[in-house]
Design a protein around this ligand. Structure first.
Ligand SMILES: NC(=O)CC[C@H](N)C(=O)O
Length: 345
């Protein structure tokens, strides 16, 4: 930690160790099961953050660590309000001179959404690391302890600065922008379609690549200026689909609908008229793809987006596209601007 000479007297004796704050929100990493064999049936969001920290005595060798219990929930119950509250807390801590890095413990179901959200809206170059686990701490071969140990190491390290929000699971260092839960029963659950940024092994980071998209300090979005997110919903594409869901979501007030399309964001001819009608009424239509290993949706491929004034989410999966649209719509309602944002972030 760099400290101006004039402030040295105020720095406490443990100042040689970086200060890391763990913001706990729940999930399996705070889960508990009935016995050691229960790796998949257990209750999420049970164990308080102080107990998680106390469970890893060697954390004290890495950093001066303290915890805050922000929420205690399963992440499928995260709302936009939870995102805004958490984002503001991360941003406030990042501004503190006595905080060097921040870890967010999180359920894995929507971890990829929160990590991308923080990556978009928190203006800091300090490491922000989001982490979860696939097995509760009460199970044999629980993965949370090592994942959290790695997360604190990354948050405490100088070389993790300026790389955007990171996710450390299964020894990999992934960008919070790219990473997604690909499988829900393996500890190797989180993957980035374009590969990890690096590995964290025995507390040391090994970097192989850098994020190319705008994030954190280089983002035009700032959580300090956001109070609510725009209502954005997702509708799924599949064979025999009809237009009911799209109309229902728009009737409930959606400002944008993410089309979680088949293949490269293709749209059934049974749905196209409804989407054109909704766009003419002001609802943004954003074509994304629900293919598992990573979609890649280009403008005017499959559908004439220029003619219909629709948008494409490019490589963002539907849930990440929802996050970006919900943030972007707090700044602009212009479709050209929104499309620029989808290319840049
Ligand atoms: N592995 C997990 O964390 C899943 C538990 C729970 N569904 C959650 O997302 O919080």
């Amino acid at each position: 930690m760099l400290v101006a000479a004039g402030f040295l007297a105020a720095v406490p004796a443990f100042a040689d160790k970086p200060n890391v704050v763990i913001l706990a929100t729940g999930g399996t990493i705070a889960g508990a099961g009935a016995d050691v064999a229960k790796s998949a049936t257990y209750q999420a969001a049970k164990v308080p953050v102080d107990k998680l920290i106390a469970g890893i005595p060697t954390l004290g060798d890495v950093a001066q660590v303290r915890g805050e219990q922000v929420f205690q929930i399963a992440s499928e119950s995260f709302t936009n309000e939870h995102l805004v509250t958490l984002g503001k807390r991360v941003a406030a801590l990042a501004k503190q001179r006595d905080v060097d890095g921040i870890v967010v413990t999180h359920g894995t179901d929507t971890l990829e959404e929160t990590a991308y959200f923080l990556n978009l809206v928190v203006h800091t170059d300090k490491p922000v690391v989001v982490v979860g686990s696939m097995r509760p701490g009460t199970a044999m071969s629980a993965d949370g302890m090592l994942n959290l140990f790695n997360a604190v190491n990354v948050a405490a390290s100088q070389d993790a600065r300026g790389k955007g929000v990171l996710v450390t699971m299964n020894d990999e260092l992934n960008s919070g922008r790219d990473v997604s839960k690909m499988v829900n029963i393996k500890t190797e659950a989180f993957k980035s379609p374009w590969g990890p940024l690096g590995m964290v092994v025995e507390g040391k980071n090994y970097w192989f690549r850098l994020p190319a998209k705008r994030h954190t300090l280089n983002s035009e979005f700032d959580i300090d200026k956001i109070e609510t997110l725009a209502p954005v919903e997702i509708a799924y594409g599949y064979g025999n689909v009809g237009d009911t869901a799209y109309h229902a979501l728009a009737d409930k007030g959606a400002k944008a609908i993410i089309h979680a399309g088949t293949g490269n964001g293709s749209v059934s001819n049974r749905v196209v008229p409804a989407l054109r009608e909704l766009r003419s009424k002001g609802v943004h239509i954003i074509r994304s793809s629900h293919v598992n290993a990573g979609g890649f949706v280009l403008r005017n491929a499959e559908q004439p987006d220029d003619q219909y004034d629709w948008l494409v989410a490019h490589d963002l999966n539907p849930q990440k596209a929802r996050i970006l649209a919900a943030v972007a719509l707090t700044k602009t309602n212009d479709s050209k601007e929104l499309q620029r944002i989808f290319w840049e972030y």
